[in-house]
Write a protein that binds this ligand. Structure first.
Ligand code: TYD
Length: 387
C-alpha cells in the first residue's frame, strides 16, 4: 500500500527551505514469513538523528511518569545490586535519570548530539552514537555481563535488526534480558491510527513478528505486557533460549493475534480499506466545519501529524496553524503541507472553534491542561476515537 509522497516526519522547516524539501514515496509491505509490517523504503537514520532532531521525551509529563514506572519495574524484576544496564536511544535521559540514586551501572546511547549533550549535562552518562554491533563491541567492560538492555520507541527506528541483535548478543550476560516497548500493530489496526507510519517507524511490531524474528537468533520472547502509551504499545522481554520459562500471556496474546489475522496479510488488506475510508471522512468533516465559517487549528506538531496532513493533503486552506511546546518547532512550518507552527500562547489568547488533536495519544494530559478550551465551547477533533 502506498501513502503517496511524504517528507521526513520531523522535517520542520523554514520558508527559505521549501524549494529544496525532500520527499519520498511512503509505501508499506508485509513479510508473511516473519509476520513483519514494514516500510518498503526508508531514510537512513543518520540523516534523521542529526543535531537538529527536535524530539524530547520529557515534553510529556505522562511519559515522564511512565518511564519512572518502567524503571521501577525493571529494577524489581530484572536488575540486582550493581547490575549493568544499557539503554538504546536514551534521548534526554528521562528513563535513565531514575537510576541516578541507585548502584546500577547505567549507560545510554543517543545519536542526536544536542540531546545527548543535554543528558550528559545532567550527569546521565550518554554515548553520542548509534547503538549497533560495532559500537557494542567497543564496550569491553559490558561484554557478556550486562543484565538488562532496554529501549522504548526506538527499535522500530533501526533498519538493520540483524546488526542490532548481534550487538545485543555481544553484551547480554547468559541470563540477561533485552526489554523494549514499541507501538503495537494490533492497536494501530484497531484504531486505524495510520499516523504511526512515517519515515522513522520502519516497523510496526506484533508478538508474532517479534517471536519469529528473535527465534532466528536463538532468543526467546519470554514475556509481553500491553501498555497504554502511544495509543497502545507492547513491552517485550527477550532472553537467550531456554534460560527463562515463557510466561503464559505470550501464547494467549499470540492466539489473539492469530484470531485477528495479525500474523498474515488479511489484516493488512482490511487496514488499507480503513485508511482510505478515514481519509475521506477527515476531509469531509474538516471541509464541513470550515464551510460553516469555523476556525480550525492543529494541537501538537507531532511526527505522526505529518502522515495525516500529507496523505490527506490538508494545508492552510483547512488548518490555520499548529500549536506546539517544542522551541525548535515554533516559528517553522510543518513538513510538506507548510502549516505554521506557533506557541501555545496563540491557542490560549485566540482559541479556534475546533482543534485537531495530533497528539491524541497524550489526550488525558492535554484535555486536563486545556480544560478551558472545552469549557468555552471549543471542540476537539481527531481521526481516532477520543474518549
Ligand atoms: P508525541 O505523540 O510523542 O509525538 P510524535 O508523533 O512526534 O512521536 O508528542 C510529542 C509532541 O507533542 C511534541 O512536539 C510536543 C507536543 N506536545 C504539545 O505540544 N503539548 C503537550 O501537552 C504534549 C503532551 C505534547
Amino acid at each position: 500500500m502506498t501513502f503517496g509522497q511524504m517528507p521526513p516526519a520531523n522535517g520542520f522547516l523554514e520558508k527559505k527551505d521549501f524549494k529544496n524539501e525532500y520527499f519520498y514515496e511512503m509505501e508499506v509491505g508485509f513479510s508473511e514469513e516473519i509476520s513483519l509490517f514494514q516500510l518498503n523504503n526508508f531514510t537512513p537514520p543518520k540523516n534523521i538523528h542529526t543535531e537538529k532532531y527536535p524530539f524530547y521525551t520529557s515534553s510529556s509529563k505522562f511519559m515522564e511518569n511512565h518511564f519512572r514506572d518502567y524503571s521501577n519495574w525493571m529494577f524489581k524484576n530484572y536488575l540486582k545490586n550493581n547490575s549493568k544496564l544499557i539503554e538504546i536511544g536514551s534521548n534526554d535521559g528521562t528513563l535513565l535519570k531514575n537510576f541516578q540514586k541507585t548502584d546500577i551501572d547505567f549507560l545510554g546511547f543517543e545519536p542526536s548530539s544536542k540531546i545527548a549533550e543535554l543528558a550528559n549535562q545532567q550527569k546521565i552518562k550518554t554515548i553520542n552514537q548509534f547503538f549497533d554491533k560495532e559500537s557494542a563491541l567497543e564496550l569491553t567492560k559490558y561484554k557478556k555481563n550486562t543484565d538488562v538492555i532496554c529501549a522504548a520507541n526506538v527499535i522500530a527506528h533501526i533498519p538493520d535488526l540483524k546488526d542490532l541483535i548481534h550487538g545485543i548478543d555481544n553484551l547480554l550476560s547468559s541470563t540477561g534480558v533485552f526489554i523494549f516497548e514499541e507501538p503495537y500493530l494490533g492497536s494501530m489496526f484497531s484504531q486505524v491510527s495510520y499516523d504511526q507510519i512515517y519515515d522513522e517507524h520502519i516497523y510496526l511490531f506484533s508478538l508474532s513478528s517479534i517471536k519469529k524474528l528473535f527465534n532466528l537468533f536463538d532468543f526467546d520472547l519470554i514475556d509481553a505486557l500491553p501498555q497504554i502509551t502511544h495509543g497502545g504499545s507492547i513491552r517485550y522481554v527477550i532472553a537467550r533460549k531456554n534460560k527463562f520459562p515463557i510466561k503464559k500471556n505470550v501464547s494467549k496474546l499470540i492466539d489473539n493475534e492469530k484470531e485477528k489475522n495479525l500474523d498474515n496479510l488479511n489484516s493488512c488488506l482490511e487496514f488499507k480499506k480503513n485508511c482510505e475510508g478515514s481519509k475521506s471522512k477527515i476531509l469531509n468533516d474538516l471541509k464541513k466545519i470550515k464551510n460553516d465559517g469555523k476556525k480550525i487549528c492543529g494541537y501538537a506538531a507531532t511526527a505522526k501529524s505529518s502522515t495525516i496532513l500529507n496523505y490527506c493533503k490538508i494545508g492552510t486552506d483547512l488548518i490555520d496553524y499548529i500549536t506546539d511546546t517544542t522551541k525548535e518547532k515554533i516559528g517553522k512550518y510543518s513538513p510538506g503541507m507548510h502549516i505554521p507552527i506557533v506557541s501555545v500562547d496563540r491557542f490560549k489568547d485566540n482559541p479556534p472553534d475546533v482543534a485537531y488533536l495530533f497528539a491524541w495519544n497524550h489526550r488525558k494530559e492535554i484535555f486536563k491542561k486545556e480544560k478551558n478550551f472545552s469549557l468555552n465551547g471549543g471542540k476537539w477533533f481527531s481521526h481516532v476515537k477520543l474518549d
